[in-house]
Design a binder for this molecule. Structure first.
Ligand code: LMR
Length: 394
């Protein structure tokens, strides 16, 4: 049977995780996978999550099936968190998904059924899993200009010029906030221009919102998704609870679709249910129930928001501290952009030789395109990282 196959490529993020785990040098610096870490380098369970789990344990009466759409109250709360009424409820449908990646898979499969010959456009560069996922769904994948390595910011004019050439057979995958891997994000005014372009051309928006609350704030980070929802009658949105609730391994996310009217939305929803039932039948409940418990309870929700905001501010502070430390050592503003970027990641713009040198000489691990995860950089690690980067780029 399997002699017909060749070895599949390994995902580079998970390959790097294994490489880091195998390195027993003390003081190694892990800037790889997109997981939030505190000053000790740990990824603790959020206090609101712990409390929600305690309540669940005390009150749970059954473990019977939840249904193909998953936890409906969770889905409603997730739609509200992302869209806050930006699209009329009668045109919006949602199903619970196994994580943000699961949500992406559901909406890509739905779009393939709806428009099999479409091309999916992803940003250049994009999250390493976007292209393989869209290809696995059967789409042709192209890239639109996004990041300018010279300025380390968005090449907005080129991006818009490309989007203006697209049409109804094109699906545009947009990072809702906290662009992965670059850290360079669209401003609200730029989102408005992107939305106007999509309205003009009829190209279809797929918004990936995996980091709501990690960039400029919970509401601010939803600007793009809400601008799309207000102006464009049909769109899909994939959201994740992995990062902002810190429940990575629980795999909770939500696949959201808006149709032109309630009938179209019902049809799209029935297709999503059919996709889920034919793949894994129903999603697991635990992560979604944690999120529902938190979002529906005033006190737990306030506690979660405060914890999330503290995480966000720590990442902003880490960015400033790293930019300052590099500037102090190099006497140059070359890495000041790190403080301007938002979210968990920044693309440093180092060549792969430098990335490998940092790994070999300093036990500093980042993705081969020089994406770093800014969380988990306690002060002592920031100083050592700045030494290593300045040493390797001199
Ligand atoms: C990342 O980009 O590191 C995270 O989103 C984790 C993942 O699944 O790739």
């Amino acid at each position: 049977m399997f002699e017909t196959l060749t070895k599949a490529p390994q995902d580079k993020i998970f390959a790097l995780m294994a490489e880091i785990a195998a390195d027993d040098r003390p003081g190694k610096i892990d800037l790889g996978v997109g997981v939030y870490k505190d000053d000790e380098g740990d990824t603790p369970v959020m206090s609101a999550v712990k409390k929600a789990e305690e309540r669940m344990l005390a009150t749970a009466r059954t473990k019977t099936y939840i249904g193909v759409a998953g936890n409906k109250a969770f889905c409603n709360a997730m739609v509200d968190l992302a869209l806050a009424g930006a699209a009329p409820a009668d045109r919006v449908r949602a199903v619970q998904a196994p994580g943000g990646t699961g949500a992406l898979w559901i909406v890509l499969t739905l779009l393939k059924r709806a428009r099999p010959d479409a091309t999916v456009w992803i940003s250049d560069p994009s999250w390493p899993n976007h292209k393989p996922m869209a290809e696995q769904a059967g789409f042709r994948v192209e890239a639109y200009p996004y990041f300018d390595p010279a300025t380390r910011s968005v090449r907005f004019e080129q991006m818009l010029a490309k989007l203006d050439t697209l049409g109804p057979d094109d699906i545009v995958l947009l990072h809702g906030c906290c662009h992965n891997p670059t850290g360079a994000n669209l401003t609200p005014a730029q989102w408005d221009e992107v939305v106007a372009s999509l309205s003009r051309t009829g190209a279809f928006p797929l918004v990936d919102l995996a980091y709501q609350g990690f960039g400029d704030g919970l509401e601010e980070d939803a600007y793009g998704a809400r601008a799309v929802a207000r102006a464009i009658p049909e769109f899909v949105l994939a959201t994740s609870c992995s990062k902002n609730f810190g429940i990575y391994r629980e795999r909770a996310g939500c696949a959201i679709v808006a149709g032109k009217n309630a009938t179209a939305a019902d049809i799209a929803n029935s297709q999503m249910l059919n996709i889920v039932r034919g793949a894994y039948s129903q999603p697991p409940d635990h992560g979604a129930e944690i999120v529902r418990t938190i979002l529906e309870d005033k006190e737990l929700r306030a506690e979660w928001q405060a914890e999330l905001e503290a995480m966000r501010q720590r990442m902003v502070a880490n960015r400033q501290a790293l930019a300052d430390a590099i500037r102090a050592r190099s006497n140059s503003s070359d890495f000041d952009f790190v403080a301007e970027h938002r979210g968990m990641f920044s693309l440093l713009g180092l060549g792969v030789e430098t990335v490998n040198e940092l790994k070999a000489q300093n036990a500093v691990y980042m993705l081969d395109d020089s994406r770093i995860n800014i969380a988990g950089l306690a002060d002592e690690r920031i100083q050592r990282l700045a030494d290593a980067i300045v040493g390797a780029t001199r």
